[in-house]
Design a protein around this ligand. Sequence first.
Ligand code: NAP
Length: 288
Amino acid sequence: MHILVTGGNGQLAACLRKTAPAKLSVTYHERNTLDLTQREQTHAVIAEIKPDVIVNAAAYTKVDIAEKEKDAAFAANEAGVAHLAASAKASGAYLIHISTDFLFHGAFNRPIDESAAVKPIGVYAESKAAGERALMASGTTGAIVRTAWLYSEFGANFMKTMLRLGKEKPQLNVIADQHGSPTYAVDLAHALWRMVLSDKKPGLELYHFANFGVTTWYDFATAILRTAGLVTPVNPILTHEYPVATPRPAYSALWPKKFSAAFDFPIRHWQAALQDAVAAWQSEGASS
Ligand SMILES: NC(=O)c1ccc[n+]([C@@H]2O[C@H](COP(=O)([O-])OP(=O)(O)OC[C@H]3O[C@@H](n4cnc5c(N)ncnc54)[C@H](OP(=O)(O)O)[C@@H]3O)[C@@H](O)[C@H]2O)c1
């Protein structure tokens, strides 16, 4: 089986590299060799590789800057997905596309399953919702996997920011009134490989994938520092005390039972996954 992974320079792609089953032949393309905003290039690369499965780990992910770069966000996250889906359909590839918990700005108070209505707010969330719609309208076979609060030893993410600031600053202020599901991107990568290898590839399916458990950024930060043996004090603050360009959902924890049942895939609690993530970051040299 031949697999194409887009966004080869990103955090999730790094986790897919780390966990790829040896029996699979996997080609990773970075933006400079496969730019999803370029329809002809996207089509040509897929026509040449003829992958059985495409994992779309590429996205415009600069959440706050997106407010000033609406065209770029939609070019990658909506038009790019449409180009990819059309090319996948033409070559007969199954397309696994990654989406986000940022679609859920609503009055939720328990983990959100696939039946919930989306309510995206802000350019990034709106562009990701548009990408889902483009994929659904394309008629290609594939799956949308929504995930949340991704972190790992790779790329730029909340865990690494806390570990860096925890060493640099005398104390940290972290938001305590937003709830979500921290998800180790390595666990997501394992789950995606399970999906790739599964015989269950229906027409088009929607899944939520996150580590189990619900927490706040404040409690997550505290757990990160404690796990790494750092004693930097963390102060809880409220959302309005840390203004950002794009509003974040107040509650966007995802409920991944459908994925777990469909692929017979055990999902860990976020606290167990965090132990492995911090250990991996420490063994990578904890340099970045
Ligand atoms: N990170 C999170 O907390 C989070 C949470 C929920 C869902 N997600 C979703 O999970 C997926 C993976 O996220 P991630 O954390 O791995 O993000 P990431 O580290 O920012 O990786 C995304 C990659 O996509 C590439 N890219 C951007 N525009 C592109 C284009 N037009 N064509 C091809 N590649 C392009 C970027 O290239 P450059 O390196 O050149 O910029 C980057 O390497 C995304 O769909 C994201 O929306 C992420």
